[in-house]
Write a protein that binds this ligand. Structure first.
Ligand code: NAD
Length: 469
């Protein structure tokens, strides 16, 4: 990795598409290219009638995978299998509100692929969640689980609901009713959900309890239907901080190659929720300094350093970073323009578009969130010589410790935190080294390399299993 000097143009994201055209191993199914509008196009988009809107998240995420697939000459049948999820489940269910009225809610569960193991992925509770978002996130889970070496496929789900606008009692009824609606589609050996944006360990506990009532899987084994549970109810030590810990493990592994030391390094964080706050706290404990952060309530800056632990307490009490006394309020543009070594997007998808990428003043972007950088944003970052550590590597710590939780549930064990941390670090270091090797092999960006490394494992699985019948 080299963030200090301009990296070689990636075949996937070359500014003018020349690199794409020269990508070796172009498949029988046709080669990828950048179309007139400088946007990525691929024959498989047309074959499968994927959305034609270049801003569509699903098209963008699958596009990144197809660029790697072309580069490594992945067979056409694998490209089409991976370019669509296996199952898309949509449910509608009524729930009684506290005032006695009823509301109808929409829920999703997308099961992308289970060639490597049960479907695995979080549940997003957000008022603006759509099927294409859930499909993209499920697809990313397949890639992430393959890369980080856990025996899972990919899935994702969610409820179109603003969890902050409902009482605890209403949320309990919404979550339990949703669980009832999908109970026959999930299971400890088939599909194992987890928390994501807007959902938490209490929600996971209600899901586990509801599932235990409804299914034939008895006793403690039913707990393994979901991860991210409270430690008192089958959760793993270290799960809450796991994604942030994984981001930091990745940085420890790869930053030295960019000539950056963690100790004394300056960073900023977009989104100070689970992933952002834990990344901030752990980086700070390693001697790095958080200069700026932003969330849905505003942005703040302190060149002397913002105490991530105190800020996390403030956010817990008030719901956002706004009003924190140890920093000054700034506007959104100043936040992006703040000079740092590392920028960590840890909020939602597609937040680093062209304008944000133009403003960023950093050497490395470490993607804590899923798909935070659009292809157009990434082209700008690349032209500016900013290295991007891709989400499927950087944020895979969460699913890795979810896997540890599942193993502990199945074996009725409880591991100490130091064991969890050590095992997590082993997975992260191994995944980072697979990405490093793929980058050398295919002479591409780290994102394309991460997809290539993930695809290698899926390709082997399909070669051995075959495709039924
Ligand atoms: P969270 O709900 O705890 O935090 C989300 C943060 O984003 C909050 O600070 C919120 O204020 C901020 N945010 C939302 N809208 C914003 C906006 N318009 N502008 C600025 N900030 C905004 O969620 P999380 O669990 O930390 O997840 C964050 C990202 O990381 C998501 O992409 C998620 O899919 C991904 N992720 C999470 C995990 C996990 O274990 N929690 C694992 C892997 C990936």
């Amino acid at each position: 990795m080299s963030a200090t000097k301009k990296s070689a143009p990636a075949p996937a994201a070359g500014k003018n598409g020349k690199a794409l055209a020269s990508a070796k191993g172009s498949p029988k199914g046709g080669s990828s290219k950048l179309s007139k509008g400088n946007e990525f196009d691929h024959p498989i988009f047309h074959e499968l009638q994927l959305p034609s809107d270049v801003n569509n998240l699903y098209r963008q995420t699958v596009g990144s995978m197809l660029q790697a697939a072309d580069l490594m000459g992945l067979p056409h049948q694998l490209k089409i299998i991976l370019a669509q999820p296996k199952n898309e489940i949509m449910v509608h269910f009524p729930v009684r509100m506290d005032d006695g009225t009823f509301k109808l809610f929409k829920g999703y569960r997308v099961q992308h692929n289970n060639a490597l193991g049960p479907f695995k992925g979080g549940l997003r509770f957000h008022h603006d969640v759509h099927l294409d978002d859930v499909k993209s996130l499920a697809f990313l889970m397949t890639m992430k689980c393959s890369l980080v070496g856990v025996p899972y496929g990919g899935g994702k789900g969610g409820i179109k609901v603003d969890p902050y606008k409902h009482s605890k009692a209403e949320m309990e009824r919404i979550v339990r009713r949703f669980t009832t609606a999908i109970a026959h589609q999930i299971g400890p050996d088939y599909d194992i959900p987890a928390p994501d944006v807007g959902s938490n360990s209490q929600h996971m506990a209600w899901i586990a309890d509801t599932y235990a009532f409804l299914s034939e899987v008895g006793g403690k084994q039913a707990d393994a239907v979901i991860t991210g549970k409270p430690v008192e109810y089958g959760g793993s030590l270290g799960r809450e901080k796991a994604t942030g810990q994984g981001v930091v493990d990745t940085l420890v592994e790869l930053l030295p190659e960019a000539g950056i030391e963690i100790k004394g390094c300056k960073f900023s964080v977009l989104g100070f929720g689970n992933v952002g706050s834990w990344t901030g706290k752990i980086l700070q404990d390693k001697g790095a300094k958080m200069i700026a952060t932003a969330d849905h309530t505003g942005a703040i800056r302190n060149d002397g350093g913002i105490d991530a632990h105190q800020l996390a307490d403030h956010v817990r009490k008030t719901g956002g970073v706004a009003g924190f006394k140890g920093a000054t309020r700034i506007d959104k543009d100043e936040f992006y323009k703040t000079k740092v070594d590392v920028f960590v997007p840890a909020a939602l998808e597609q937040m680093i578009q062209e304008p944000e990428a133009q403003m960023l003043n950093c050497k490395v972007v470490a993607e804590g969130a899923n798909a935070p950088t659009t292809p157009a944003g990434e082209r700008i970052l690349e032209a500016k010589g900013i290295e991007v550590l891709p989400a499927i590597l950087c944020n895979s710590g969460g699913v890795t410790v979810s896997y540890f939780e599942w193993v502990q549930n199945k074996t009725c064990e409880q591991w100490d935190l130091d064991i969890v941390d050590k095992k997590l670090n082993k997975h992260m270091v191994k995944a980072a080294s697979k990405v490093r090797e793929a980058k050398k092999k295919y002479k591409c960006s780290l994102r394309t390399a991460a997809y290539a490394a993930a695809l290698e494992r899926l390709k082997s699985a399909y070669e051995i299993r075959g495709i039924f019948p």
